[in-house]
Design a protein around this ligand. Structure first.
Ligand code: FDA
Length: 400
């Protein structure tokens, strides 16, 4: 039987960062024994593939309004306690070159691997058991007893950093949720987030032949002032729609609901087409549309509206308005999402009402902590989810 001060389950972003933060805080003090356990062959696998291999490791705008949770205020304290600038200071100290892409999103210039190496370097002194499965967890005198494929480990503090359900092929399991339930914490039903949306046959008639075409769009969900809107890339796929704007809105969408897409943002297309009709009425409708949209998309929409061979000059205002509505206010109802297989994150998770916002400790279970994606706090696309992993891990480490 091994005895440790802190056992962390999960060697992903949150688990590695938590171990490093405990070790760092211990400098000059009697050392704690810290162990991290993961069933994967390598640590930080999702970091490795993140940001197309360059890891979008934080976002400068990481405030609580960029996160979804049943309790939107919960994440504020941890986010204030460890900011994007704090993480950038570590990245700079490690000599990792980075750049800001758009909207405060920070990426490595070279490789996401550098972030993993930095995290591993920072937690030197902690033990890392890989390819180790967890067989059971129980409360024991003064802490917790964890059965593993390498034997039993007794720990004063147990930190659950096993992430969400997204991408089971990369090691995601429901272990964190099972442990939460076992100790009487409630769960907000986990569901796939930041995920491509799928559509019924009638919409696929348009999407499928356009697979690979991308366009800048505004995608919205909800009505009026409470509507959520994202302006970013939209990509047609064989199963429906993807691209950053769709991934963002997928976290807000629920089955049965509609989304609305503006394929030509900032453009009053009806007015533009009326102008074009006045100036060059002989041109085809598809050609006229092609001035504002990728030509394959323009052709497909003109065909769908029965205007493939039509001349602009022959179209009355009502027809141009209908066409413009189709482009500026395309309403459609996804039938589902591509699910856990491709989702970048998991919405829902351990109910924040059962956790202390200051240190992520279970209210009813001293010494048991939940950090990172396993908690019901989910960021927008763009580096927010890693910032939550760092910030929640730091909050727990400070209390340990
Ligand atoms: P994470 O999933 O990182 O780690 C959990 C660990 O627990 C894993 O190592 C897993 O093997 C282990 N584990 C699970 N079950 C276990 C069990 N039963 N026994 C033992 N170990 C177990 N975010 C962002 O901010 N910027 C970005 O660029 C990206 N890009 C991105 C791309 C892709 C393809 C994906 C899938 C995700 C992203 N993300 C992202 C999201 C980000 O990767 C994610 O939010 C964090 O990795 C969450 O960190 P955690 O440590 O909570 O879980």
């Amino acid at each position: 039987m091994e005895h440790v001060d802190t056992l962390i389950l999960g060697a992903g972003a949150a688990g590695l960062f938590c171990a490093g933060s405990i070790i760092e805080a211990d400098k000059g003090k009697p050392k704690q024994r810290v162990m991290v356990i993961d069933h994967a062959r390598a640590p930080g696998e999702k970091i490795r593939i993140s940001g197309g291999g360059r890891s979008n490791f934080t976002n400068l705008a990481a405030q609580r309004d960029r996160f979804l949770s049943q309790n939107p205020r919960f994440c504020a304290s941890a986010l204030a306690g460890f900011t994007p600038q704090d993480f950038v200071a570590l990245v700079d100290a490690a000599g990792i070159a980075w750049h800001e892409k758009t909207l405060g999103q920070l990426f490595c210039d070279d490789s996401a691997r550098q972030i993993i190496d930095m995290l591993l370097h920072r937690m030197r002194g902690a033990e890392l058991w890989l390819e180790t499965s967890v067989q059971g967890v129980s409360a024991a005198e003064g802490g917790y007893l964890v059965g593993t494929s390498r034997g039993q480990v007794r720990a004063k503090n147990l930190v659950i950093a096993t992430g969400g359900r997204s991408i089971p092929k990369m090691g995601a399991t429901g272990l964190g949720y099972d442990i939460a339930r076992q100790f009487g914490l409630q769960l907000i039903e986990p569901r796939a987030g930041l995920v491509p949306l799928t559509f019924a046959e009638q919409d696929l008639d348009l999407c499928r032949p356009l697979a690979g075409v991308s366009v800048e769009a505004v995608v919205s969900h909800g009505q009026g002032r409470s509507a959520t809107r994202f302006r970013d890339g939209l990509l047609f796929t064989h199963r429906g729609l993807s691209g950053p704007a769709i991934l963002q809105i997928s976290s807000f969408w629920k089955p049965g609901e509609e989304i609305s897409v503006d394929l030509a943002p900032d453009l009053d297309l009806a007015a533009a087409l009326r102008d074009q009709r006045g100036q060059a009425g002989k041109q085809g409708v598809a050609t006229a549309l092609g001035r504002h949209l990728p030509s394959r998309l323009a052709d497909a929409i003109a065909e769908e509206m029965g205007l493939k061979a039509a001349r602009l000059a022959d179209q009355p205002n009502t027809s141009l308005t209908k066409l413009a509505d189709r482009v500026n206010r395309w309403r459609l109802r996804p039938v589902g999402s591509e699910g856990w297989r491709t989702a970048e994150v998991t919405l829902g998770g351990v109910d924040t009402r059962d956790l202390n916002a200051r240190d992520m400790q279970a209210r009813n279970q001293p010494g048991l902590y939940f950090i990172g994606e396993v908690v019901d706090v989910t960021g927008w696309l763009g580096g927010y989810n890693f910032q939550w992993a760092w910030a929640s891990a730091h909050a727990a480490a400070k209390a340990i």
